[in-house]
Design a binder for this molecule. Structure first.
Ligand SMILES: CC(C)(COP(=O)(O)OP(=O)(O)OC[C@H]1O[C@@H](n2cnc3c(N)ncnc32)[C@H](O)[C@@H]1OP(=O)(O)O)[C@@H](O)C(=O)NCCC(=O)NCCS
Length: 180
């Protein structure tokens, strides 16, 4: 079975829309180009807007029907500004998720709101049976997001993540949601 997420998900404050090249400028300024936002990521900050455009071109709307990797731009509904990304990598009946927002938008429950929308599709409309991700053990904000959107801590993965922007390896928690 091929699982293909919808190109559009809406919440009260956000639109998750299949990424488009036109989103790259705002995304690069607010999120992908910033090293503070890459602190807990395996990728470093993007060195140019072109790098952000490449990610969006590869996994966004232009290739939505072709692959099994998907990226939504997270847009603020009030003005359609692109403020973050939500990624889903599907492998068979399982998928891995990753997400992030620009620092100006942290602490307002927005990542949770985006994650709830994605998990709502996963749980009620998709045939996916498992969602997982791993997260640095000291990244408390993201661990909270994962728990609030329905994933549960499974086990410790020692030295799992290389945090590229700060050049250190760190332990991670594996988080998972499984269809019962
Ligand atoms: C991690 C991230 C997605 C959180 O987004 P957000 O929109 O600020 O998250 P929310 O507001 O939905 O929820 C954050 C939760 O963490 C808590 N939190 C935030 N900062 C915290 C901190 N430094 N220590 C402890 N808890 C913290 C908040 O209180 C909230 O929990 P609560 O609802 O129980 O109060 C955001 O910081 C981000 O985009 N970071 C950059 C990319 C990234 O690291 N992605 C995740 C990779 S695993």
């Amino acid at each position: 079975m091929v699982h293909r997420p919808p190109t559009l998900l809406t919440t009260s404050r956000l639109t998750l829309r299949a990424g488009r090249r036109e989103d790259a400028q705002s995304l690069f300024t607010e999120y992908t180009g910033r090293s503070d936002a890459a602190r807990y990521l395996q990728r470093g900050a993007h060195s140019s807007q072109a790098r952000t455009e490449a990610v969006i071109e590869t996994w966004g709307e232009a290739n939505w029907l072709r692959g099994d990797r998907f990226v939504w731009s997270i847009l603020r509904r009030s003005d359609e500004k692109a403020i973050g990304l939500f990624l889903m990598f599907i492998d068979g009946n399982s998928a891995e998720i990753h997400y992030g927002l620009g620092p100006a938008f942290w602490g307002q429950g927005l990542a949770t709101e985006a994650g709830v929308a994605v998990m709502d599709w996963v749980m009620h409309l998709s045939g996916l049976t498992e969602i997982s991700t791993c997260c640095a053990t000291d990244h408390i904000a993201s661990l909270r997001v994962l728990e609030k959107i329905g994933l549960r801590r499974v086990r410790l993965l020692p030295d799992e993540l290389l945090l590229t922007s700060i050049g250190i390896r760190t332990d991670a928690w594996l988080y998972r949601w499984k269809r019962s």
